[in-house]
Design a protein around this ligand. Structure first.
Ligand code: 3PG
Length: 216
């Protein structure tokens, strides 16, 4: 069983989460290798494409060093499929009582999406303290995030949505942020073209920013 605290501390250590939409499961292993080469130890495979479960299962069995989560989980059948594929954490775009309860019942760490203080308060009432702020940039970016940390100092945030390399450091400097999610360094076009060198280069650039912010 995956311990929530271990997963969250691994995500904190990594600092960035590649949010991937994978059209073809055969891209999963070269993609995983590009991320590992870049020093990015996790991947969030979004369940926005039919290949997601197969890609996740392939990574779990062939690249077990990569912490592999399932994202964009909206429906119970997607949650089941993600768990069957071996997902080590679950991410949702918005709040869903039934997905949160399902993940808690399965003892799988979940990072639900929220956008408002009411949702943060609701999350705390059901025992969830690590939340994805989505879509972070459009909601107001770092300023909005900091405003949410005031009344909720116990919450850890994983912001995503509209973030890129130029904005990454600003988010990472907020102490409540454990990791920043994004697709800018795992672009769909690169995956479709088999351009894993661009993934490795862009992921390494993001990992370098994490190191720079964290080591001062
Ligand atoms: C997500 O699900 O977190 C987002 O799709 C990632 O946002 P981005 O594509 O704007 O980076």
């Amino acid at each position: 069983m995956t311990k929530a605290v271990d997963v969250i501390s691994r995500l904190r250590g990594i600092g960035i989460v590649p949010v991937v939409e994978i059209a073809d499961a055969t891209a999963a292993i070269p993609l995983a290798d590009a991320l590992l080469e870049a020093g990015v130890g996790t991947i969030e495979i979004t369940f926005r494409s039919p290949a997601a479960a197969e890609a996740l299962a392939a990574i779990r069995s062939e690249r077990p060093d990569l912490l592999a989560g399932a994202g964009t989980i909206r429906w119970p059948d997607q949650l089941r499929s993600a768990l069957d594929a071996g997902a080590q954490y679950i991410v949702t775009p918005g709040w869903s009582d039934r997905i949160v309860a399902g993940a808690q019942a399965a003892h799988i760490p979940i990072v639900p999406g929220i956008a408002t203080s009411s949702e943060v308060q609701h999350a705390l009432e059901v025992g969830v303290t690590t939340l994805k702020l989505y879509p972070a940039e459009l909601l107001g970016g770092v300023g909005y995030l900091k405003a949410l940390t005031g009344p909720f100092p116990e919450v850890a945030f994983m912001p995503s949505g509209g973030i890129d390399a130029s904005l990454l450091a600003g988010y990472l400097k907020v102490p409540a942020v454990i990791a920043v999610g994004g697709s800018w360094f795992v672009k769909k076009e690169w995956l479709a073209a088999g351009d894993f060198a661009s993934v490795a280069r862009s992921a390494a650039e993001a990992a370098a920013i994490v190191r720079q912010v964290r080591t001062g």
